[in-house]
Ligand binder design. Sequence first.
Ligand code: GRG
Length: 291
Amino acid sequence: MGTEFDIRNFLKERKRLVDDAIKKYFSDANPFFEVMYYSTEGGKRIRPILAITSYEANRGTDFEHILPIACGLELIHTYSLIHDDLPSMDNDDFRRGKASAHKRFGEARAILSGDGLFAYAFELFTYAKGADEDKIAVIKAVSEAIGPKGVVYGQTLDIKEYNRPDPRILRSIHLNKTAKFIAVSIQVGAIMARASSRIINELYKAGLLMGMLFQYTDDILDVIGEKECLGKTPGKDKDAGKLTAPSVYGLDGARFRARRYAEMAKSRFTSFGKEFEIFNHITDFILKRTY
Ligand code: GRG
């Protein structure tokens, strides 16, 4: 893989694969699918792409082992965005370039569509080809990463008000709200490709660094990003008095630390060998992203 590797094209092709699969999972005549599908459209698909890419880097050959799981991760992520946008949480009317779910369908149906996506995600996990023990390992890892020891905990910390910039709490918010979900997305690809437990664990650690970077760039974009490009409302964190990387370290400090997380992540991915070089390209994409 040379220096001219076209990461944007790679991500675009992978996104199409995920978009098509998700569409297929919503093709039934279930009347509620429209509400759920609405919110899934328009995302970057980073988590499913990471899962698929990790599966391939670990020499997995049959996408049917990973694609349903990758799509399930995207449904869980979409669910978290719907609930995050609710008036009782971040109260955002605009998401993925259009009205957020509660704005479009009302609060009750938005909440229910989140509930539906969450449950449907685990149904999709069972559609994957492969050994039941691997799928149970995936369900265990994902539940741990997103539940009260992961995303739910991070979100609980995130919605609290803080009267001083506390770097320790900030780290915990980033780690739990975002990094664990990114890390487990990489991890499930390795599980389904039947990688060794050492690789599965080490990839998770590398994924945490990429996940920290991801939330740093999210926080930075909230300050410097453009609404049209982001597809969501910038400036929300400052307005809500949130603990973010720029509010704790300043914009330059946040950028410096983002670069450091990117370097640390890449040095770990490099240690896995040539097949994992793609993760260095994805890391650089995240560092430089504008959306
Ligand atoms: C059980 C998963 C779960 C959630 C319940 C509501 C909630 C608790 C958590 C919200 C967590 C949250 C919104 C974290 C922010 C993570 C983040 C960086 C979102 C933006 O992700 P992108 O940039 O968005 O990948 P797109 O739209 O491209 O998919």
